[in-house]
Structures are given as structure tokens and as C-alpha cells.
Design a protein around this ligand. Structure first.
Ligand SMILES: CC(C)(COP(=O)(O)OP(=O)(O)OC[C@H]1O[C@@H](n2cnc3c(N)ncnc32)[C@H](O)[C@@H]1OP(=O)(O)O)[C@@H](O)C(=O)NCCC(=O)NCCS
Length: 206
């Protein structure tokens, strides 16, 4: 998925294609998703909503923990363009922010630690209309994103790579590389090519 420049946005989550009733419905779905459903203490209910209402592709064995904020501009677009895809046996821990506006693809057995933010849209700082641009993010199989890390728009994180806690990732990370700091720089190399399957337990109240 390539970068795309959109018209200026007037507010968080505003769907510039939509107007009137449609915009209200999108805002209502956004409100229910991010201030209601994400607090329900049941994976089954949350996952059911993400899959059927938002059109998230969520593979078997994968789990989205409580209090995840899914940033989207409309379920129709999510569904049409497959903007949020999570493979098998991957884990999105508590309090994460998944920005699906520009397309976010997460592979298999990916571990996303608590409080991680992944962004796929930003403003063009030198554009007279403050237009937005979307840049998709891809996180490949067996990557591990440490707690409170932030992944910036357009980044690809390679298979088995590790992002240290608190890092801000502004550039692509090669497979098996460990990056840390702000901005993130290589600090090491993973000692194995991971082949594990993450546990698919779904504890109630998490
Ligand atoms: C990156 C990480 C996996 C450690 O990897 P490691 O290979 O064992 O790294 P080391 O501890 O040997 O440190 C290597 C270097 O990276 C630095 N480093 C380690 N963690 C760092 C971090 N979060 N940010 C910046 N630098 C870091 C160390 O200071 C060290 O630097 P130095 O060589 O200049 O002394 C670990 O620090 C980390 O961030 N884990 C995530 C923990 C987490 O999020 N837990 C919650 C979910 S389970």
C-alpha cells in the first residue's frame, strides 16, 4: 500500500468523504468502539465487534486486550481496503493505539506490549492546507514491540525484530534487529530466527 495524500482534515477521525448522517454514524461507531466495546471484559464480544462492525481481519489465536484505541475514518473504508489486518497468534496488549487510517498489517506471532502506539497518518507540515498523508505500517511475523514504544507512519518492522521499550521508530527495522531509543537505532541483534507460536489464552478481564 503506497502513501496517499488526503484533503485537509478538520478533526480527529473525521471522514472527509462523508457528510451528514453518514458522518454521525461513523462518529457513533467510533465512540462505541473506543469508549465502550474496548472496555468490555470479553474477548469474544470485542473480537466480534472488531470483525463484524469494523471489518478488522483478525486471525485465529490472536487477541486484542482491553482498552485498545482503533483509529479509523469509517468502517466502510476499513472493510473495502482491508486497512487493519492481524495474522494468527498475535497479541495486542492493553492500552494500545492502532491507527488503521493508512493501513496497518501485523503478521503472525507478533507481540505488541502494553501502551504501544502505531501511527499511519500525519499532517504535511509544509502544506498550506495542513493536508494529511497516510503511510502504511507493516509488522512482520515474530516481531516484539516493547512497552510504550511508538511506530511512526510508513515504517516496516522485519521478521523477528525487537523494538525496545520506549523507542520511537522512525525508519524501517531489518529482520532480527533490536532497536531502541528516540529516534530508534540498532542496539543489537536477535540471537535466533524465532519459530514459536504465541499462547492463545484469552483470560477473562484482560
Ligand atoms: C531491548 C531489550 C529486549 C533488551 O535487549 P538486550 O539485547 O538484552 O539488550 P541489553 O540489555 O543487553 O542492552 C543493550 C544496549 O541497549 C540499551 N537498551 C536496552 N534497553 C533499551 C531501551 N529500552 N531503550 C534504549 N536503549 C536500551 C542498553 O542500555 C545497552 O546499551 P549499552 O550497550 O550502551 O550499554 C529490553 O531492554 C526491552 O526493551 N525489553 C522490552 C520490555 C517490555 O516492554 N516489557 C513489557 C512487555 S513483556
Amino acid at each position: 500500500m503506497a502513501s496517499a495524500i488526503d484533503a485537509p482534515s478538520t478533526g480527529a477521525g473525521a471522514d472527509t468523504e462523508a457528510g451528514g448522517t453518514k458522518l454521525f454514524v461513523i462518529r457513533l461507531i467510533n465512540y462505541l468502539t473506543n469508549h465502550g466495546v474496548n472496555h468490555l471484559p470479553s474477548y469474544r464480544l470485542r473480537h466480534g465487534w472488531y470483525r463484524t462492525v469494523l471489518g478488522v481481519k483478525l486471525g485465529p489465536g490472536s487477541g486484542i486486550h482491553l482498552n485498545c484505541y482503533v483509529w479509523f475514518t469509517g468502517p466502510g473504508r476499513m472493510r473495502r481496503e482491508g486497512l487493519l489486518t492481524i495474522g494468527n497468534h498475535s497479541r495486542i496488549n492493553r492500552n494500545c493505539c492502532l491507527d488503521a487510517r493508512g493501513g496497518l498489517t501485523i503478521g503472525d506471532n507478533v507481540s505488541i506490549s502494553p501502551d504501544v502506539v502505531i501511527l499511519t497518518m500525519e499532517h504535511l507540515k509544509d502544506d498550506p492546507g495542513f493536508a494529511t498523508v497516510t503511510r502504511p505500517v507493516r509488522i512482520d511475523d515474530h516481531a516484539w514491540i516493547g512497552m510504550r514504544a511508538m511506530v511512526m507512519p510508513g515504517v516496516t518492522i522485519g521478521r523477528g525484530a525487537i523494538v525496545a521499550a520506549g523507542a520511537v521508530v522512525t525508519r524501517d527495522v531489518s529482520p532480527g534487529t533490536i532497536v531502541g531509543g528516540v529516534p530508534a537505532r540498532p542496539i543489537g541483534q536477535r540471537g535466533l530466527d524465532p519459530g514459536y507460536t504465541l499462547a492463545d489464552s484469552f483470560p477473562l478481564l484482560e
